[in-house]
Design a protein around this ligand. Structure first.
Ligand SMILES: Cc1cc2nc3c(=O)[nH]c(=O)nc-3n(C[C@H](O)[C@H](O)[C@H](O)COP(=O)(O)OP(=O)(O)OC[C@H]3O[C@@H](n4cnc5c(N)ncnc54)[C@H](O)[C@@H]3O)c2cc1C
Ligand code: SF4
Length: 479
């Protein structure tokens, strides 16, 4: 059987970053990635469903109330994310859940992550968006806050000479977004790591002191590769599934694996602009629209940032007015006319992100397919009402109209699943140690969003990346 020093499952932030560090330490590294290798020439400036389903894998909760998606390919979510690269506020790391459990390991703080954030930002050319590149949607969002006497900051991104075309989440066709395929992946390859595209990992089994990784290659053939060091980085929905599919061949699993799915407190707020505001031009500029406000952090522990509105996404969102005015339902002539008159200039979208308990759960069925539940608990419902209250405050103070994004409630997940194989100090509550190692499985690590034990208060990629740098540094230092 093929044997290497390290096998890494998945090539997003949690996979490609340790691939570089472990290859640099002289280890032989194989990265197995289910998606294709994509470069700029493969990205098309289009929001068609055909393109979106080529680039993303999507999941719907069992009761259809929550939807998640992630980018697939060598470079993982970095290929098609909107690319806000923000550091989590310090207070995030002090979060205690409803059981008074301090979800982050005591050793993982903002100060401990800061050098790793800095390294990720250097590697990916992250900088603050220049004033003249702030999209109109971001500027209009900032005007709403300004009208309330509140502040808004320019956010940080890995863009170099951005053209403002507005297709970041379809993959930047112009090479301006510095995804992992432009930095960590090629540097890891230069250091000797091998990235195998089109290879889907099915399960792991134990092999003496190490592990065998069972996968299907790009032609569907069953293959195996063995290593003493295995890093799971298939994303927060797939990493627990790899473990759950492994069953007895791997050994008795920690009972919390798959539990504690966190949606990062995401909640979409869409505003119909007051008549005296300029047009938002939501189809233009980078998709994470340049501006973020921390003005509600003190009171509610939420940030809100401006977003863009790709037409296909907007047509699919159930946009209805929160105040009961037309449109009251996301279909029919009334809805069509509202969208015709308001998209893309008179609506501006934004995403609130905040700290919530981890209530979801990932499971696999008899065929190994991933499912998840995301129950509406009283605490989550209270959080959603609080965020909606902030949206109403903004609307009332500015003359904007708040829109709901799901006719029966509010869109409260999509892009930021976390926590399903979380790290933590408590042996019983956290499957992974603070070092990222799966308890009871020496040499088996979780380095992606699954390890992040709670919400990050902002978009999570930079924290996932910094944590992957931190775990990789620990493995290298351990010899
Ligand atoms: C539309 C969109 C916009 C976003 N915008 C932002 C943003 O602006 N800022 C931000 O911080 N975050 C953003 N995110 C979230 C961000 O992309 C994720 O948090 C991040 O990519 C997660 O990193 P990860 O390493 O955990 O997993 P991923 O980056 O998802 O990587 C997992 C990889 O594993 C592969 N994989 C899965 N299963 C298997 C298997 N069985 N075998 C082999 N390979 C497998 C997948 O194909 C994928 O390539 C966005 C997400 C989406 C969907
Ligand atoms: S807005 Fe900028 S980063 Fe986004 S796709 Fe266009 S050129 Fe690339």
């Amino acid at each position: 059987m093929e044997t290497v020093d390290v096998v890494i499952v998945g090539s997003g932030f949690g996979g490609s970053i340790p691939a570089l560090r472990l290859a640099q330490s002289g280890r032989s590294v194989v990265v197995l990635e289910q998606g294709p290798r994509l470069t700029e020439k493969d990205f098309v400036p289009s929001w068609s469903f055909r393109e979106q389903s080529r680039l993303f894998t999507t999941y719907q909760s069992q009761d259809y109330s929550v939807f998640f998606r992630y980018g697939r390919g060598v470079g993982g979510g970095s290929l098609t994310y909107a690319a806000a690269m923000l550091r989590a506020p310090s207070e995030v790391f002090a979060y205690r859940d409803g059981d008074d459990y301090h979800v982050w390991p005591a050793s993982v703080t903002r100060a401990a992550l800061d050098p790793h954030y800095a390294e990720v930002e250097r590697m990916m050319s992250v900088s603050r968006i220049p004033w003249d590149e702030v999209p109109r949607a971001g500027a209009v969002f900032a005007m709403l806050l300004d009208k309330m006497g509140l502040t808004c900051d320019r956010a940080r991104y890995p863009m170099v000479d951005c053209l403002g075309c507005g297709f970041c989440m379809a993959g930047c066709p112009y090479g301006r977004k510095q995804h992992l395929g432009r930095n960590y992946v090629p540097q890891a390859e230069t250091a000797g790591a091998e990235f195998r595209a089109g290879c889907k990992v099915e399960r792991l089994s134990r092999d003496g002191s190490g592990y065998v990784v069972h996968y299907r290659d790009h032609s569907g053939l069953a293959q195996t590769v063995a290593a003493d060091l295995v890093l799971l980085a298939a994303g927060a929905l797939e990493t627990p599934a790899v473990l759950l599919r492994s069953g007895a061949g791997l050994g008795e699993l920690h009972p919390e694996i798959g539990k504690n799915l966190n949606n990062n407190g995401d909640m979409a707020l869409i505003f119909q602009l007051p008549p005296d505001f300029p047009d938002a031009q939501m189809f233009m500029g980078r998709n994470n629209a340049g501006m973020i406000t921390y003005a509600f952090w003190e009171e509610h522990k939420i940030t809100i940032h401006a977003g863009a509105g790709p037409p296909a996404l907007f047509a699919a969102l159930d946009v209805v007015r929160d105040d009961g005015e037309a449109p009251r339902a996301p279909l029919g002539l009334e809805f069509k006319r509202f969208m015709r008159d308001n998209y893309p200039n008179r609506l501006v979208s934004s995403l609130a992100i905040g700290l919530v308990d981890s209530v979801g759960r990932v499971t696999v069925d008899g065929q190994g397919l991933v499912h998840f539940d995301f129950p509406m608990t009283p605490a989550l419902s209270a959080y959603i009402e609080r965020v909606a209250g902030v949206g109403r405050r903004i609307a009332e103070a500015t003359g904007a109209k708040l829109c709901r994004t799901a006719d029966s409630g509010w869109e409260h997940a999509d892009a930021h699943p976390l926590g399903t194989v979380r790290m933590g100090d408590d042996d019983a509550k956290a499957p992974c140690t603070p070092a990222g190692e799966l308890r009871g499985f020496p040499g088996l690590y979780v380095t992606d969003g699954a390890a992040i034990p709670g919400g990050t208060g902002v978009n999570p990629a930079n924290t996932i990346a910094a944590n992957a740098e931190r775990i990789a540094a620990g493995i290298v230092a351990g010899g």
